[in-house]
Design a protein around this ligand. Structure first.
Ligand SMILES: [Zn+2]
Length: 269
């Protein structure tokens, strides 16, 4: 499938790829700043990603987490460029042995292959010498790591953002950890979020702040309804509407039910 969109923001470039275009969550943006690549794109989009990667010399490839839409082409980029990808430590063993993904994800992204990585270096920087600071932000995935570029005021957010208003949760996500990670990142100064699904989000600090506030409100409302004796299903219907096709089709791997179930358990301040 062809490249769907290109992004330019100062020294930052990006390319959106994807087999399907059913909204932002079936497409993916590989970002590049000079000779640094951020994430590798989904395995079934190699030809488009290869064309983008081949445009400039690559010195380093940084992965935000192990999910196949982010790591899928890292092995082929390594073969093409001779650069071993760097990945957050908690995901490296899983990447090395490979992992199976559900049928719906395989349809959208393709299947990942085992991947050899190096740990994130201690002194990451862009080619102009400005720092890249990894920020460990688990919750969406146990290894999710954002990259903060303080001089540029950018946050490469992996899958920490996605949307101001979350409506679905994967069955392996930890909502309490995700909210703690949002609070952690909000202590950093940045203006623009670089989300690999949504695209560049200006006023990104504010957008992440709103995401956290929306989740806190959802948890408070769900827990208030539970105290009134409402069932999980009734709470789901009241706050997010009934489970829909995505929940059913993914066999509840990606569903509103997961989000409400965890919203009921998150300790509130
Ligand atoms: Zn992910």
């Amino acid at each position: 499938m062809a490249i769907r969109e290109r992004f330019h923001l100062g020294a930052l470039e990006g390319v959106r790829v994807g087999r399907f275009q059913f909204g932002i969550n079936t497409t993916f943006i590989v970002y590049r700043v000079g000779d640094t690549l951020f994430d590798a794109g989904p395995p079934n989009q190699w030809s488009s990603v290869a064309a983008f990667v081949s445009e400039r010399p690559v010195r380093q490839l940084l992965l935000t987490h192990h999910h196949e839409d982010h790591s899928g082409n890292a092995g082929r980029i390594a073969t093409l460029t001779g650069v071993t990808p760097m990945a957050p430590e908690p995901g490296r063993a899983k990447l090395a042995r490979g992992f199976a993904t559900p049928p719906l994800q395989r349809l959208i992204w393709g299947a990942p292959s085992p991947l050899a990585t190096e740990p994130l270096a201690d002194d990451l920087h862009l080619e102009d010498g400005s720092p890249i600071q990894p920020v460990f932000t688990p919750g969406h995935a146990p290894d999710l790591t954002c990259f903060h570029l303080p001089q540029q005021g950018w946050l490469l957010s992996g899958d920490l953002y996605l949307s101001r208003k979350l409506r679905y949760l994967r069955s392996d996500e930890d909502l309490a950890e995700l909210m703690a990670s949002l609070r952690k990142v909000l202590t950093l100064p940045f203006d623009t979020l670089l989300c690999p699904h949504r695209g560049p989000v200006r006023q990104g600090h504010q957008a992440l702040c709103e995401k956290l506030a929306n989740l806190e409100r959802l948890c408070a409302e769900a827990q208030a309804l539970a105290r009134q004796g409402r069932s999980e299903k009734a709470i789901l219907k009241a706050l997010l509407g009934p489970e829909d096709w995505l929940g059913h089709l993914s066999r509840y791997n990606l569903s509103k039910t997961n989000l409400i179930r965890q919203a009921l358990t998150v300790p509130l301040p």
